[in-house]
Ligand binder design. Sequence first.
Ligand SMILES: Nc1ncnc2c1ncn2[C@@H]1O[C@H](COP(=O)(O)OP(=O)(O)OP(=O)(O)O)[C@@H](O)[C@H]1O
Ligand SMILES: [Mg+2]
Length: 529
Amino acid sequence: MISSKSHVSEPMITEPQALFRFGSLTVAPSRRVLSCDGRPVIIGSRALEILIVLLERAGELVDKRTLMKRGWPSTVVEESNLRTQIAALRRVIDSVSQDIGVTGELIATVPGRGYRFCGSVAIVPESRPIRFNQRAGIPRRLNRVIGRDDAIRDISERLHTCRFVTVTGHGGVGKSTVALEVAEYAEHTYCEGTLYLDLSSASTPEDVSTSLTQAAGLASTTGDQLSGTIAAICSQEVLVVLDGCDHVAHSVALLAEAILQTYPKARVLATSRETLRAQGEHVCRLLPLTAPPIHVEPISARNASRYPAVELFVERLTSNMHDYALTDDDAPMVSTICRRLDGIPLALEFAAGRVDVFGIPGTLALLDDRCTLMSLGRPHGLERHRTLDALLGWSYDALTHQEQLALRRLGIFDAPFLLNAASFVIADASIAADDAYLIVAALVEKSLVTAEIMGPKLTYRLLDVTRAYARARLVETSELDSTKARLEVWLSRHGQEQGAAVPAQEDTRCAMRRCTGAGVSALQSPPAG
Ligand SMILES: Nc1ncnc2c1ncn2[C@@H]1O[C@H](COP(=O)(O)OP(=O)(O)OP(=O)(O)O)[C@@H](O)[C@H]1O
Ligand SMILES: [Mg+2]
């Protein structure tokens, strides 16, 4: 049942608000937004307030005192501040709109007295039949968001132009966190309503429609009436946030297509570890937070703090240990912890929560043991966010049998690997080598395998936490020895096949250096030639 997870919001009928239109620009005073052809324009709050006063009394002289009182309601300021804001206002308008002439004439200075808006202004009602109570629908975040400014900006811009964006990425990487920030930005700029659905407990198409209906605060709807629900929600400029679509990707894809094809003002922002493969979907893959690379060590506290993974780790750590400050002694160890946890925010939060008991060196040591690593977590919050084991299990349990088998076997690689090595290690009597390629591709789509360009080659790798999980499953299913043996065979054959071709030999050595476990013996004696 998903109702417990859905955030129910009441639709409210609101009075239509007035909009001011001049040229291609529109000001919505109730939302404090200036837009140009529907796109939000960045403008300071004081400059916008002054513009609103001038528009309210378009054609009339507005004296300086009135403008200063509205711009700075609680402070007395010099006239020069007003001049600065008028100049900023003119600059912004000039930069975004070419169809309204010279702003010096549009906002005329009346020397010694004030300013007058001289353009032609249309006052139009804002059509807002339903306004969702956005704050009731969107969960509040308790912590500030670290290191995601670029992603938030990029997704907001894409959403504005493309209307349908799915944020994908590894479990716990921060997809929901980023989506909530984007929704907040949209709510303050171009959207009249934001509808938030937590779909992480949904497992059937019915769950998705029930969730939608409840989130919109409408009476329960089934089957054909779903289109009526969508119409009630989407006939306005609305952003529908579909969070945690992993287990209902197909139903969400159909829903998103239905919304976007029928309602040109609606936008959809989805989060999922896996792409939805829907028409019109633009995928934004969220990468882990950056951690100091290994070659930067020894690293000072000051330099380490510049990396968002370190910033997040230290911030969470200080919520338990108020007077902790990162020292030059701790910085290399903290950098290693952040790297070992692949910059995954949830994993960093788990590890930071152990420092008050184990200290920094002790916490780093915990990561060496696979079982301890997988049991890192916290006792509260979403069930899939309680331990690293649960985080990975959430993805693993939803895989097909063959994908599960492939992921386990890929756990044998300790570092980046080549596709043909992966295929060889995965394939057996039940999986043909060609199918193994497709399975690796599916695991990439599900954010469990990362594809990376390394020089001229595309290589693949499992993040450390994913590898620890896969390796644990491999041991559990007693496949460790047989998988090691397959890797050894591949290593020996691969070396022979490459013959004397120099670049290929380089690849072979690289591949060997990157393989451990079964590859160790072969690594120590790479084929001659
Ligand atoms: N950039 C960030 N700054 C601060 N905290 C973050 C950031 N990203 C994620 N977190 C924290 O990490 C945890 C996991 O984040 P989130 O729920 O957004 O991950 P997710 O990718 O949506 O996970 P899932 O795949 O399970 O849905 C949360 O506790 C969140 O507060
Ligand atoms: Mg999420």
